[in-house]
Write a protein that binds this ligand. Structure first.
Ligand SMILES: [Ca+2]
Ligand SMILES: [Ca+2]
Length: 169
């Protein structure tokens, strides 16, 4: 009887292990896989109308747990600001992070300087600070924004009207 219970217990644990991917988040994806799914999708810095902000986009179907990820404006210090606990990005969803904006709900405590030779923007994973997505230079956009031509696309274009927290168009 004891052997059967042990066997059953072992089977149950195995079952749980198999079930875990059903509740997938970043913990079950390799950083390199996340790099093709999670994007810096749009950015606006030194915008006269609003605080600096970036928009993240999850092109996958599962929710990504962003807690413990990092944002920085320089590759020499990738862990400048840690994304707080309980920050989730649903599949197909967008998340806006502001900079130096005390009223922002999700706000990084450093500023972004656009233009050649100034800041970049770097999104890194927890554990090994693997760079998930980055821009070496932040475009000067005034009251517009710079973003991927369509959500997650490789090419970046200028938008006269930003789509902060919504699909790029
Ligand atoms: Ca800066
Ligand atoms: Ca957008």
């Amino acid at each position: 009887m004891r052997i059967i219970l042990v066997l059953l217990f072992g089977f149950t644990l195995t079952g749980c292990g198999l079930l875990l991917p059903e509740f997938a988040n970043s913990g079950s994806l390799e950083d390199s896989e996340l790099a093709g799914i999670l994007f810096i999708n749009e950015i606006s810095a030194e915008n006269p109308d609003t605080a600096d902000w970036i928009e993240l986009y999850n092109s996958g179907s599962g929710t990504i747990n962003l807690s413990g990820f990092y944002l920085s404006d320089t590759p020499s210090d990738l862990i400048k600001w840690e994304i707080p606990e309980n920050t989730f990005l649903t599949g197909g969803g967008f998340l806006v992070i502001t900079f130096n904006d005390a009223s922002g709900t999700l706000n990084a405590d450093f500023g972004l300087s656009p233009g050649p030779g100034n800041d970049g923007i770097y999104l890194s994973a927890p554990r090994d600070a693997f760079i998930i997505d980055s821009l070496a230079e932040i475009p000067e956009t005034g009251s517009g924004s710079s973003g991927r031509s369509t959500d997650g696309a490789a090419d970046w274009i200028y938008f006269i009207t930003p789509t902060k927290g919504a699909s790029n168009q």
